[in-house]
Design a protein around this ligand. Structure first.
Ligand code: IMP
Length: 195
């Protein structure tokens, strides 16, 4: 990317995450290099534990510095479900199944959490977290973003994340916040320089 002074490898197979990382990190002069490593995830209670563990294993396995991001949807009335099981729930229940679980429930409050973990082959992971609160809508709307975006309405918005442009989503989203925290640290650190 012209004008970049740094780059970072992003280990993910999710194209939506790559696009969002580019939107958030390019104003910091950080170019995102997609890196498709395999078999990196564990099951754990928090997105931070998953991201930290995955980043550490991946950085050692592939002998390179990189970031990994883990995210989850936490629904209050379901005691935080799907949380760490968001990916599995999306594949199995889907949006329709998730909405059915909320039939008849009063509170539709929910939040998305994101953790971005950076690790180099000789170091320990650094984790940056982000959170967005909102509501689960009664029906899906919008075709932007990915995953549960069509049914998640951020606090203060009248539109679902599926109806926001990616730039608008990144301004309010869990991932946008976590990536901006990472970028603030990374721009100050000595890693990732392009010579
Ligand atoms: P992952 O394990 O970080 O890939 O995320 C788990 C699941 O949470 C994904 O499969 C999506 O269904 C959902 N998810 C994570 N982040 C987002 C988001 O920004 N928008 C909508 N759904 C998301």
């Amino acid at each position: 990317m012209p004008g970049s002074s740094k780059q970072v490898a992003f280990a993910t197979s999710n194209k939506g995450k790559i696009e969002e990382a580019r939107i958030v990190l390019s104003p910091f002069g950080i170019a995102v290099r997609p890196f498709n490593g395999k078999g990196l995830e564990i099951q754990a209670e928090t997105v931070s534990e998953v991201a930290a563990f995955s980043a550490k294993v991946a950085s050692r396995t592939y002998r390179r510095a990189l970031i990994v991001e883990d995210a989850g949807l936490f629904i209050e009335s379901l005691h935080g479900f799907p949380g760490p099981f968001s990916s599995y729930s999306y594949k199995t229940l889907g949006i329709g199944g998730l909405l059915s679980l909320l039939d008849g429930t009063r509170s539709r409050r929910a939040s998305f959490k994101s953790a971005v973990a950076y690790c180099d082959p000789a170091g320990e992971p650094r984790v940056f977290e982000g959170l967005v609160t909102g509501m689960i809508s009664r029906s899906p709307s919008g075709a932007n973003g990915f995953g549960f975006d069509p049914v998640f309405v951020p606090s203060g918005s009248r539109r679902s994340m599926g109806q926001l442009t990616l730039e608008e989503k990144c301004e309010v989203s869990h991932r946008g916040e976590a990536l901006r925290k990472f970028a603030a640290w990374y721009t100050e650190s000595n890693t990732g320089q392009l010579f």
